[in-house]
Design a protein around this ligand. Sequence first.
Ligand SMILES: [Zn+2]
Length: 902
Amino acid sequence: MKKPLFLFAAIAAAALAQQHQDSDYARLVKEWTTKPEFMSPLVDHLPQAAGIPTPKDILGYYAGAPQKLTRTADLLRYYRALAAASKRVKMFPAGQTDEGREQVVVAIADEDTIRNLDTYKGYLAKLADPRGLSDEQAKQIIAQAKPIYMFTGGLHSAETGPPEMLMELAYRLAAEESPLFDQIRRNLIVMLTPAAEPDGRDRYVDWYYRHKITEETEADRVAGPPYWGKYIYHDNNRDINYSQVTMRNWLKFYLEWHPPIMHDLHESQPFLYTFSGQAPQNPTLDPILYAELPWISNFEMTKMIGYGMPGVWTHAFVDMWSPGYLGFMSSNHNGMLRMYETFGNGGANTMKRTVTAEGGPPGANGPGMTTREWYRPLPPYKEVVWSMRNNTNYMETGVLSALELTSGFAKTVLQNFYEKSRNSVQSGATEAPFGYVLPAGQADMTRVAFIVNILRLQGIEVGRATAEVKLKDASYPAGSLIVKRNQPYGRLAKILLEKQEFPDQNLRTYDDTAWTMGLMSQAQVDEIRDKAILDVPVQPVDTLSIAGSVKGDGAWLAVLHNGANSLATLRYRLKNQRFEAIEQPFQAGDTELPAGSLLVQSSAQAKSEIEKLGLKAVALAAPPSVQRHLVDLPRLAVFSTWGSTQDVGWVRYAFDHFEIAYDLIYKERLRRGNLRDSYDVIVIPSQGRGSGKSIVFDVESKGKPIDYKKSTEYASLGAYGESDDITGGMGLEGVVELDKFVKNGGVLITLGASRFLPAEYGIAPTVDAGRTSPQFYAPGPIVEAEIMQLSNPIFYGYSQKTVPVRYAGGPLLRVPQDDSKKAVLMRFPGTEKSVLSGLMKGVAEIRGRPAIVEAPSGRGRVLMFATNPCYRWQNLGEFNMLANAILHFNDAPKVAPPATAE
Ligand SMILES: [Zn+2]
């Protein structure tokens, strides 16, 4: 390996002198940079190279110019021009978004490397799966290989700077001639995404030009657009199961190219926070990773403080607990996630900013962000005039420093990547648990398939047992799904499938503490501590599809309700056919039909759908002689505020996936009234900022309307709903209409935080919503819930009285003692042992509290979930409760049966 080369100002100056410089650039960026110390010698100049276009040559402006943001098509136009002009640059496709925009990756390295990109891809693939390689053979591969250093920016659309900066970075990497840039091009393959969420990028840029370009002060700043991407806004960085097509495409890219480093560029902290993986750290990941992270971030801090740049810090924001962030696809697969938070203004306007002196962001250590700490030796300023160019300077100087270090130690990066991959295989062969079994023959195999297919998407190998599996403590039927830990991503399998043991009750975490897939899906996943699992013969599973079955012949089909969410899909696909549900279990030959099983006349179409949807049915000569009710479909609406569409998006995604038909409605429809004429059921997904008031009054009005409408100029606005003015919320008029809707016989269903609305505004007059104490801390643990009325149609498909649910946050429901037997459908036991995965501190506060309450009002009723049965495409075991509530909307028992518990 060549001796690492570090940059000295004199060498740089000498090299620069040889290349012609763009003097306009130097003058303008100096002007746009609000203080001299916000600039560095790495970005105060822009060399010119014959025939290689700068962003300005193509777009007409420099990256980081005031009041300039670039839409996806223009970003691509620039990169296309750059790739066409430079043999050091190559651009290739990586998929297509929900709205049909291109996802691309741009690769930059020296000419020879770019020409042989596939060879280098092959080397990395070998290091990513080193089974069969000796350390000596690995060493030979490492000698020839080069690490890919991958940048993603613009995942969060309001964080507008990274896609601008990346264009300039790409140009510089292609065009600048200096020892540093030679070293980077020779030793690394830099890759980048122009914008990680292209749909959201365009919507935000449209929004900026429509509403935000006139902002002059922090006080003027208006809310962001109602949507970024199609569904889930900010949670595109929490999509642990890769439900969103754009995120799935990035994962596919990752698993094809195996970048040992992925660096995700965000904006939220002054002036540059570089992630180093603070506690709590997931102990299953390799210790090497935890050594690498501060290695690079400390170098960046060292360089940038050396340049005199204040406000560069590390070690104190976001932890290494949840594996669900997008960039974690790298650390989850034995690479390294890196992350920045820089200081953005939510647009490209220069404005005076006040840095929060107290209170810090969630997950941040210490009292504020402007204090001097051991990890922040030169803190950010309390007040600052901040520009897009400052932000660009910081990000670009940081990433060039990271590239300086990693290009100097490229072989160390590769060696570590190999060792992490090798250790993952070895740890699975030597440390229990040695594997996981998802037994064949579970009542609902569709949720088993859900888990298996996500593991497959993550690159985890799953096999199907070719014969009965006999282990020390258990045996499993042939066909059971086997995950062996002695594979490159065996550690990730463990992380996703195990129970999460939060290491320290006193630590806080930035996101969820639990995600255990078996519990979330309510499917059986057994942890295996018997090493014999490694030798079980299996056939590899590519994707698992569950074929449904229809047993026997007869004029009627009874479709078993065994908890499959696709039962709702069947009902919707055959929407014009008459379905009934049986209210008690029924024995049909050797098959027991559980309560809630659906009855429909036999037809070729019905049989074919049952088979496609993985359902089980029995043909019968006549309908079973038990109590039945008609399963008619409600006219269904999903209500969304304009200011909090994210959790609504998860519900929309799930409804779309399961083909549940609904109208998406906003305050405009509520205020028009006569809701009962249009709808039977209104679902209010979790939304608002923890109070009924925030749902009712929603986006603050600053004296002028904020429209969200499609036009020729702003083509991406007005998607998923239009409004002349998104501010003001439903207001009290909207509350009155919801109340009338219920009193006139409608069913109002609230999920998660939306339960405040009916409780605080008297739509559910007998229910109160309280708050937990400040000591209570429960970031998304999985806890037990006890079903109080197992025969209620909501619980069709559940055979156990106790089920695992994701705890959805603080508010506590209360109903009067007299009503509780009727009203409480499910409750939290609230004991220490009822916390199944993750952290709940102060569990006694939820003891005996309702988890689902049904409150009659007038001729209708309000169904309040204290849980959120549709959380981030994760808790598919709970979703069935919501599906049942919709399918059986007019079939709630008139008088609740006596509680079976107590
Ligand atoms: Zn972000």
